[in-house]
Design a protein around this ligand. Sequence first.
Ligand code: 9MR
Length: 784
Amino acid sequence: MTNVLDQRAVLWLALLALACNRGDHKPSTAPEGDAPAVIAHGPPPVIEGDHNLIRNSSFDDGSATPWKASVSGAARGQASVRDGAYCMQADAAGEISWDLQLRHRALPLQRGHAYLVELTAHASRAVKARPRVAQVGPPYQEYWASTIELATTPQRYTGHFEMRGDDDSRAELTIHLGGPLAGEGALEVCIDDVVLADPEFEPPPPPDYLRAPTIRVNQIGYFPRQRKRAVYRSPDREPATWELVDAAGAVVATGKTQPLGDDEPSGDPVHRIDFSSATATGSGFRLRIGEEQSDPFAIAEDIAHALKYDAAAYFYHNRSGIALTMPYAGDPQWTRPAGHPSDAKVECLPELGCDYTVDASGGWYDAGDHGKYVVNGGISVWTLLHFYERTTKLGGKAAAVADGTFSIPESANGAPDLLDEVRWELELLLRLQVPKGKKWEGMAFHKLHEQKWSDLPLAPHEAKAPRYLHRPSTAATLNLAAVAAQAARLWRDVDPAFAKRCETAARRAWAAAEANPNVLAPGSDNVGGGPYEDLDVSDERYWAAVELALTTGDAAFVEAARSSKHYLAIPGPRPDQGGQQSPMNWQLVQALGTISLATVAPGSTPLDVNEARAKVVEIARTHAGRIDDAGYSVPLQADAGGTYPWGSNSLVLNNALLLGLAHDLTGEALFLHGVIDAFDYIMGRNPMWQSYVTGYGANPLENPHHRFWARQKDESYPPPHPGAVSGGPNSRLEDPYAKSVGLPGCPPQKCFVDHIESWSTNEITINWNAPLFWVTAFLDERAR
Ligand code: 9MR
């Protein structure tokens, strides 16, 4: 395919020859209705260099994204990339021009700017087409349009206009092909090398994945005895021959790819490579197809070993109220004084009228921000403790998280290190319980943070802005009840006094939540900290009831669990399973109760353990059953609206957690393979060519949104510690940076940018690193 910019000189000569097709000349045939055939104002802009707003101009890599075809009314047709051009093939063209169209949206146009439009097009027979630049919604203002005549050989068309409408950040360039433009009979129309250029527009730097290898692998590696899949990004329809090459260049396995065609969540044309049967082990392997080759990777039993400990180290590195010191910090650049010593005496927001302060010191910072939020602490604690509990109950290896296995100050205290790390947060959650004799006695404060978002970078010890406790909430209180109950049974043999404290706090929290069942945290409380809003706490109540029942055996808790509408529930992706992309998140926690029940499996309590286990397996099977349909073999589907939400990588990891537990319960390989597929996606087998984990892989995450690990913003701050997972693609692009770098219109798996300013696609947080730990620790144990 031609490169428009290299050919610019040739093009201008060609333009003279094609003057009859210029948008600023009258076309030979008027278009439908009263719409003017041509809208052109001002002189044509002079374009030097690349100022093209069109994000996929040439279709050279086989992908149409972000172009879409629209077929409506009586028209019948579909579009795809063929031989490096984007082609609409139609059996019927419908009645009006827009019944058949090819379109590119999310184009930022600015009032008064001059625009050049160019495209190459041809058709299977002589027809007309109507390229136009217009507003997407009412009143559908047309900024420019022209009717052009297509021949059977490619011709270059051009036009220009000055933007007379108001600024429009989401305009579209569409090429209408339907109705009277096409006439009767089947047709094919192809477009290529499309330009909508504004000399004042500076295109963002091309994303990394455009220079990425076309063969995508798990960038750290594969387990010798397990499923090994890679993705080959190619529009070819025929299978290709792949080779697995070792570090010395010898071919050690070979096979054929499986072409899967266009994959919607990624926008990529893909082939699957399955090299599971390869038996070689070592490092420095690559996959090769013709001239293309993957990043190097290992095939080894221990690929997840170091990573699981780094995933756990995330929590030490984000501790509040303690100096990070050597040797635990791993390197002097990650040491720092204790953060937020003033948290030892925190006031409530003035409107709450507390006549006391609270010691809210300790715990983990939530994320890139320094807030502390009970509901997010709750699910994070549960996830880490659940891993511990499954090792003790389901035949796992508790030795992997025993005393001396982590690098933390408590590593020689006789208690398992995983429990020590979690206790740092639990102690904070216990402190956040409203004292006896005060309003909301026994409830938990929902959160504490500054009153406006703090600057970035900012190390925790540099932060000086006052922080306040926000109103207690029923959700936070039930989180405290749940995790304190869970802790009470896990510390029973480790530290009986602490276990007792936890049980007492859990019972008090439960009673306080029963007395205050509807103190709900609103979404509007989002200045200076996240809202962690929740307007339905029936799932929290069920989860807390189960944890308390499992720990105490009390009939009242058993009854509260059994009578809940969530009893034995785990939301799943099918509509009849609740239509949830993932079983749990900080707001939706019934699965935590059911999973704890399935894991602890009390013999003596009248709770239906077998049904809870069957539910784990049922939902895991649904996820596993969908992996083969995903181009990148990831156990996460787009939702009904075709989107991935904020923190989508944590959905992948929580689905993997459920798959892992199903494997624990059944031993079925299907589930273990599903965990591996999720892991492969996170570690680089994805359309962004991104290892979403800091410090791991050929293209590791480098610039997460974090106030201390802020090297990208300021050289005097450290880079991120290894082992932190990014929230990953978020279709809603909820920060200005993501919106500004050409992401609008992205397919769900590509709505991501590795930049510190993109908090809605690239933040890191405790409730996402917790399942990263769970999954990598599980694999390090089970996939060997
Ligand atoms: O993970 C949270 C996500 O589900 C929400 O959509 C989003 C907006 O409320 O907030 C996310 O949580 C952030 C929290 O509000 C503040 N600390 C950082 C968290 C991770 O991005």
